[in-house]
Design a protein around this ligand. Structure first.
Ligand code: ASN
Ligand code: ZN
Ligand code: CA
Length: 332
């Protein structure tokens, strides 16, 4: 018969984790029957199709290093599961389309491919092995970022250029960060950094910083006319900064051992309302207010409407949304 089983993933980035797998005769495979049947495939350096479904006689996957091809599979399968659980348990969303259907993941894409991407066409996510095949792009926040592109496509549909493109990218960073905190993994702890585990710069620095996006050398900390001409991974900085300020407030703070210091463009302090409420406001705005052409001014209006519906217009939450947008120079 074919039935759910509980395996162990010896991941590269998240330690030893529990994985939901499927037993089929004497084999186990990376199919998650608890999460819409999400499957994880090994492309084995190919760049098309699905390669082969990870399948073996043991239900222990990978050895925490890249010497074992199943290690990246374990990280990807775990990231997909945590992303599914984050959306289900935080927002009541059942999968990327909210229809209970899982996507699939593909690892070992190409050779030394330093990226990961979501594809609406295959309804799948794909991970490269990183430079020199040393640092696969399979960390939790990257998984959450990529799958959240699918959620955005199936909700607001934010166009991937101009200011709406920056909001699309920020939505993936915001929910990717939400997934990372949700997973509460002791090896890959929650932070407001993006890609801190995959060493994409080769010097130990993360790809992006939400408290002060300009630390990456390209992202915008606050809005200005023409910011929509930046690459979407840089114009995202404004909304990432807004989300950090709304969650944690301005000034210096240490969270899970990471130091942050978030400035405000208006020089006024922002008092945070906590990440959980900030996530609820962003999700409600994304799914009920934003459209394909939402720009920063409209994102302000949409998040204020969402905050008012969730928490009222006279409390700390509504004021914090106002103050955080003012702090990133998105005004009334
Ligand atoms: N990893 C990149 C991203 O999710 C791929 C891309 O440029 N779309 O943004
Ligand atoms: Zn992205
Ligand atoms: Ca992170």
């Amino acid at each position: 018969g074919i039935e759910n089983a509980t395996g162990t993933g010896n991941t590269q980035y998240s330690g030893a984790v529990s994985l939901t797998t499927t037993q089929s005769g004497s084999n186990y495979n990376l199919t998650d029957g608890d999460r819409g049947g999400h499957k994880t495939y090994n492309l084995n350096h190919g760049t098309s199709g699905t390669g082969t479904l990870f399948s073996q006689t043991s239900n222990t996957w990978g050895n925490s290093t890249t010497s074992n091809a199943a290690t990246a599979g374990a990280d990807a399968h775990y990231g997909a599961a945590e992303t599914w659980d984050f959306y289900k348990n935080t927002f009541g969303r059942s999968g990327i389309k909210n229809n209970g259907v899982g996507a699939y993941s593909r690892v070992h894409y190409g050779n030394s491919y330093v990226n990961a991407f979501w594809d609406d066409g295959c309804f799948c996510m794909t991970y490269g092995d990183g430079s020199g095949n040393a640092d696969p792009l399979t960390a939790i926040d990257v998984a959450g970022h990529e799958m959240s592109h699918g959620v955005t496509s199936n909700t607001a549909g934010l166009n991937y250029s101009g200011e709406s493109g920056g909001l699309n990218e920020a939505t993936s960073d915001i929910f990717g960060t939400g997934v990372e905190f949700y997973a509460n993994n002791s090896t890959d702890v929650g932070d407001y950094l993006i890609g801190e585990k995959i060493d994409i710069n080769g010097d130990g620095t993360p790809l992006r910083y939400m408290d002060k996006p300009s630390k990456d050398g390209g992202s915008a900390d606050s809005w200005y006319s023409g910011v929509g001409n930046l690459d979407v991974h840089y114009s995202s900085g404004i909304a990432n900064h807004f989300f950090y300020l709304l969650s944690e407030g301005s000034g210096a703070k240490v969270i899970n051992g990471v130091s942050y210091n978030s400035p405000t463009s208006d020089g006024l302090p922002v008092t945070g309302i906590g990440r959980d409420k900030a996530l609820q406001i962003w999700y409600r705005a994304l799914t009920t207010k934003f459209t394909s052409t939402t720009n920063y001014a409209a994102a302000r209006t949409g998040t204020l409407a969402a905050a008012g519906e969730l928490y009222g217009t006279t409390g700390a939450e509504y004021k914090a949304v106002q103050d955080a947008w003012a702090a990133v120079a998105v005004g009334a």
